[in-house]
Design a binder for this molecule. Structure first.
Ligand SMILES: [Zn+2]
Length: 448
């Protein structure tokens, strides 16, 4: 098995399919916001590609999703130093109406300081949360920073504010605001929050400087948006059916939807390209299918609250115990540098074996508390073992959810290492007799 995995790794070095797929998806479909006709075209795109490449059981699993559409968005400092600000509305934001709102800005260094604020300071005003996200290779700054995007509009509403601005959740110093979803409606007790927009980092710096003069700062904010009746979204499924134990699933995921500002190249066109190209290497280079089924899932409506992930977990709830292991590629196009697992202790020796095979790709063995990926959250919670082939995310949040997330940020050779690691992992996980789940069911006879 190790030799076959090494052979797949070699083949991946000269395989440009992942890049070709990202190019095709971002050019022929472009932005593909959840629930829109563009997302539907992306599903058709995926079905055509997957059938053409020889996958089995290629189909769409449909579900509905509420549709939020961006309208106009504009902001300016009215006084003391009149000038425009670059903003973008956050997904789910309410509308200010065509005339916008105008109010004095109250700045807060963090979401926590807003939560603790005296309502008298905030009432009738525009709040500005200026928390800065940390740049980290493993992307761990995001989990902290994203809280302000999820919650500020609701906290501000509770305190009587008329609108909210946040420093973009991102690490870019360019003048691109980062969009992204606010907390889903279902989690916010029917309240829809005040209209909320993100400032680009330089604009947040600017507003912060103006505030530091100490006098009142008045901003005019226009954000219009529209919520449409729930529309169709869906997950695209494709398989390499297992030759011995087809009911046992090794799941490889990515998400097909994107935000509306860029063309979704790093988020998550890259992941779509990587998992399809890696699985296709197995189809092409193995003399027969691996023992277990490899199931590709291209999730829909990830960006607006993991709607496809929830649909998958509910639809397959009875089969989740036969999901042997799951992984998702949703962190851009950087090289993989760490292999994390979430296996029972008994299965860790096999994780070490996989790590050994991946080590020539400059991948180190990581921890046993793998996150897996955003679309695996419900599976992970229900006990499906997950792994993370963790990419270098140092620059990922410069592009994430901005108009600058476009194909030119990925080089034709950038995805080779990712495809190599994914192909090797999928093959090893699908071929081994090791059962990643628990001690009783485990068979430790398999060696890679
Ligand atoms: Zn993503």
């Amino acid at each position: 098995m190790a030799r076959t995995a090494e052979h797949l790794i070699e083949q991946a070095q000269k395989d440009n399919m992942a890049y070709e797929l990202v190019q095709s998806l971002t050019t022929e479909i472009g932005p593909r916001l959840a629930g829109t006709s563009a997302e539907a075209r992306a599903r058709n795109w995926a079905i055509n590609k997957l059938e053409l490449l020889g996958f089995e059981n290629v189909h769409v699993e449909s579900f509905e999703v509420p549709v939020w559409l961006r309208g106009r968005e504009r902001a300016r400092i009215v006084s003391p130093f009149p000038q425009p600000l670059r903003i973008t509305a956050l997904g789910g934001s309410t509308s200010t109406g065509e005339h916008g709102v105008e109010g004095e800005v109250v700045g807060f260094p963090s979401l926590d300081s807003l939560i603790e604020a005296d309502p008298a300071r905030v009432e009738g005003k525009i709040v500005f949360v200026d928390e800065v996200m940390a740049r980290k290779r493993d992307g761990s700054g995001y989990g902290v920073a994203v809280q302000k995007r999820l919650r500020t509009a609701y906290v501000a509403q509770q305190l009587g504010a008329i609108a909210a601005l946040i420093r973009s959740v991102g690490t870019s110093s360019h003048r691109f605001p980062h969009t992204g979803q606010m907390r889903p409606l279902s989690d916010s007790a029917g309240k829809r929050g005040v209209p909320m927009a993100a400032l680009s980092a330089p604009d947040a710096d600017q507003l912060s400087r103006v505030l530091s003069y100490g006098g009142p700062v008045v901003v005019h904010l226009l954000v219009t948006s529209e919520v449409r009746a729930p529309a169709q979204s869906g997950n695209v499924i494709a398989e390499i059916r297992g030759r011995d134990s087809p009911e046992e699933i090794v799941l490889a995921g990515a998400h097909l939807d994107s935000w509306d500002l860029g063309t979704g190249a790093v988020d998550d066109g890259a992941g779509v390209g990587i998992v399809i190209a890696a699985s296709r290497l197995l189809l092409e280079h193995l003399p027969e299918a691996p023992r277990r089924t490899i199931r590709l899932v291209l999730f829909g409506s990830e960006e607006v609250g993991f709607v496809g992930a929830r649909d998958y977990s509910e639809r397959y709830s009875a089969e989740l115990p036969q999901h042997i292991v799951a992984a998702e590629s949703d962190f851009g196009a950087g090289d993989i540098w760490r292999f994390d697992t979430r296996f029972p202790a008994e299965q860790l020796p096999y994780a070490t074996e996989i790590a050994r095979i991946l080590s020539p790709l400059d991948i180190v063995r990581g921890n046993n508390t793998a996150y897996g990926g955003p679309d695996l959250r419900y599976m992970r919670e229900s006990g499906v073992p997950v792994i993370t082939l963790l990419q270098d995310g140092t620059d990922y949040f410069d592009l994430h959810h901005t108009p600058d997330d476009t194909l030119d940020k990925i080089g034709p050779d950038d995805l080779h290492q990712n495809v190599a690691a994914w192909a090797a992992f999928l093959y090893l996980a699908a071929e081994t007799e090791v059962y990643f789940r628990d001690a009783e069911a485990a068979s430790v006879t398999g060696t890679p």
